[in-house]
Design a binder for this molecule. Sequence first.
Ligand code: KIV
Length: 243
Amino acid sequence: MITAYDALFARLFQESADILLVGDSLNMSFGGNPDTLSATMDQMIYHTHAVCKGAPDTFVICDMPFGTYIDEKTALHNALRVYQETRADAVKIEGGANKAHLVKYLVDNGIAVCGHIGLLPQSVRAEGGYKVKGKSEEEALSLIADAQAIEKAGAFIIVIEGVKADVAARVAQSISVPLIGIGAGNGVDGQVLVFSDMLGLYEPFVPKFVKQYMKGASVVKEAVASYANEVQSRAFPDENYVY
Ligand code: KIV
């Protein structure tokens, strides 16, 4: 699984990715905001629509932004918008046992739901920062209970973020739906990364768990600097690029 926010990148990722996640992380990398909390349903629908157009045959999950699944009716109203206004296959909501009733309500009403447990970016202000989970046996047991509760509620897949690797592996063993890790080691069933992180495009902060598969920011900056230099020197456009 990899995030995608537009048709351009979705088209590039579709060959290799099983699932594209239109994460509300787009509010940071693309929106320029310090966290995900100000993302709106309209924005998620715009980006999800674009991703589905770029990768029409790939399974697409739309992240429900903060405040859009505050209760059952609000959650269903917004999830229905995702299905009515995009071709996404599923929605994702953050939270464990305390959100199981919402997962069940959505699933009972025909929505496919991806869970998200562990470090919850939408709780960053409530928790006073991004805190790795699973550091005590009590937290480990609570994560297992979270995963089991939302699996029982009907989630078909669960993302686990920012959790000690050994604990994430135990969580994976405790459920039968796929557990997809981000910053949770390789004892889980699959991985997800934010594409702008793994391509090295997002410079403000690189989490410890992110492997940069290219130095995208340097590549882009060098290309744009070359363009600017050639425009200034009139080397571009030369005879190859004129009508
Ligand atoms: O918003 C997002 O990109 C996510 C991933 C970090 C899983 O939820």
